[in-house]
Design a binder for this molecule. Sequence first.
Ligand SMILES: [Zn+2]
Length: 294
Amino acid sequence: MADLTVRRDERLRRPAGIRSIWLGDTKVSYVPDGDVRLRPLELLQDTTDEVWAAHPEYLDSTGHLVGSVGGLLVEHGGRALLIDAGFGPQALDMSAGPLGAIHGGALPRSLAALGRNPEDVEAVAFTHLHSDHLGWACHPAPGTDGLLFAHAEHLISETEWERRDLLEDQGMGEQVATLAPRVRTVSDGQEVFPGVRVRISPGHTVGHAEYVITGGGRRLIAFGDAVHSPIQIDHPEWSSAFDHDPARTAAHRRRLVAELAEPGTIGFGVHFADVVFGHVRRDGAGPAWRPLDV
Ligand SMILES: [Zn+2]
């Protein structure tokens, strides 16, 4: 048990590598692009120094929360869908605020390691329109001047796309213009790929989308940025500084955590350090987020 705890704690402090699970005959893989370091007190503003002193397992040696940055590849019957596109080939260091540093760039290599070319991806489905999810949709393929996913449809929730003016206001007009020719809007409950349905869950952004993937009698909920860190599974009331509507995300997180505790249900948290796939177990024996051993 002690060894298991040590191993879990190590995984909380490093970004994830490629990890795959099977839901029946659907293969679902985390596709790493990079990592993010977040300032815990500024990200989760309801927390205190005491909280983090009691949970050093979540922090790296510089006191930052560690997050993964990447996408989720869904493969079924020779077809491939990518959910979110990482941060892209860039890096950002911030001297203040919740975001410490973020870098991306590995996604094309990660796809290749999974045996896939970008051209195999028939569509890129987005959870929301933030830079750490749009990355490679707005950047050329390495060594070329053509977009990496130029051939793929870009699936975005209709509410999120309707309010793209919010992004233009934040200086992301260029990204919006790059996406526009490929965008197909999707609505709540729509099946966008065999066994993959959109679920609109506003809060983190106005039209934030989750994707529910079913197969083999199980379901996986890719919940995007409804939850940033596994510590929020134990404290769904803690919203993040990046949440557009903190009260709405908190209410949604409570429902989501209850859902993730149901039998046959797996969660995927794209920013969840090296514990991106997991279950929720509320048996009183330690943290509720139990990473899958994959
Ligand atoms: Zn994000």
